[in-house]
Design a protein around this ligand. Structure first.
Ligand code: 13P
Ligand code: SF4
Length: 298
């Protein structure tokens, strides 16, 4: 019933529903596109729809607004945020840059529009190394994820300065958790997200973005996989590959913010055009430069 209502509202408003791979199953199942942060940014830039309903968190809806200022972007629950994005402010970044001296700033898309606006280029977990390699400079600052920066630094000779931010969901995964899961499923491959600590990446068979994990599991002959990311990804994995088995490496890897939106919120948001996210032009234009530079590399 509610699904039918959402479908009708999407049609009536010429709207598209985008959902991140961590969203609850019932939302992923009605979305026009599910994906990782990079795929969703590209889709938000290219759609003909007049309205984008973003089922994810605040920074994702902001990115859609940065890329499509003429479209209405809706975030059905405005308090769906990202603790990592809140670990850096434009003021703190400016202050830190004064102590470091001039250098490019590579900012993970999991950040506010105001922080993106102060950055040279953005990156996602799918393209961080490519972005760092694309810079002519050999010294740079990566914000706000310390783990993504360390995991990227391990693959390049460039000097990467860190920002002390992290995703609390991924950062709490420890080697002992992986060892326990490996012992329970000795024949499974272990895939970790680059937001995990370097000591976790060292134990993994691969480190990939959420959509990268789905592609990897499809390509590999293995039948069992331990998944080192937010547990919402188990749904698209199992849906895409029903004959394979996927296990959360640790059961408590759930992001509260990614679970805030429900089907009722989507219907209400569309009906009342509620939850509009609009980035002001003075922030949008410099932020767009950083996001667009990243998309051009894709
Ligand atoms: P990706 O889907 O780009 O890997 O991002 C993970 C994430 O933490 C989004 O909040
Ligand atoms: Fe932010 Fe981590 Fe939640 Fe992604 S999973 S929205 S990075 S807190």
């Amino acid at each position: 019933m509610i699904k039918k209502k959402i479908k009708a509202l999407l049609k009536e408003k010429n709207a598209i529903l985008l959902a991140h791979n961590y969203q609850p199953p019932e939302i992923q199942d009605i979305a026009d596109l599910c994906g990782d942060s990079l795929e969703l940014s590209i889709k938000a830039a290219n759609t003909d729809a007049s309205v984008i309903v973003f089922c994810g968190v605040h920074f994702m809806a902001e990115t859609a607004s940065i890329l499509s200022p003429q479209k209405t972007v809706l975030l059905p629950k405005k308090d769906a945020g990202c603790p990592m994005a809140d670990m850096i402010t434009p003021e703190a970044l400016k202050k830190h840059l004064k102590t470091l001296g001039p250098m490019p700033v590579v900012t993970y898309v999991n950040s506010t529009a105001a922080v993106k606006a102060l950055s040279t280029i953005c990156c996602t977990s799918a393209n961080a190394l490519k972005v760092v390699k694309s810079l002519k400079e050999d010294e740079l600052l990566m914000t706000p994820d310390r783990n993504l920066a360390l995991n990227t630094a391990a693959q390049t000779n460039k000097k990467i300065h860190l920002w002390e931010g992290c995703c609390p969901v991924h950062d709490r995964l420890l080697p002992k958790d992986v060892q326990k899961a490996r012992a329970a499923h000795p024949d499974a491959l272990f895939i970790a997200h680059p937001e995990c600590r370097p000591e976790i990446i060292a134990l993994a068979d691969a480190a990939l973005s959420t959509s990268g994990m789905i592609k990897y599991a499809a390509q590999k002959k293995a039948e069992k996989f331990l998944i080192g990311t937010e547990i919402g990804l188990l749904h698209p994995l199992q849906k895409a590959l029903p004959h394979k088995k996927f296990y959360a490496v640790k059961e408590d890897m759930a992001c509260e913010d990614m679970k805030k939106i429900g089907l009722k919120d989507i219907a209400e948001s569309l009906e009342k055009m509620k939850g509009i996210i609009k980035v002001p032009e003075n922030i949008r234009l410099p932020a767009l430069k950083a996001v667009q530079k990243m998309i051009e590399l894709a």
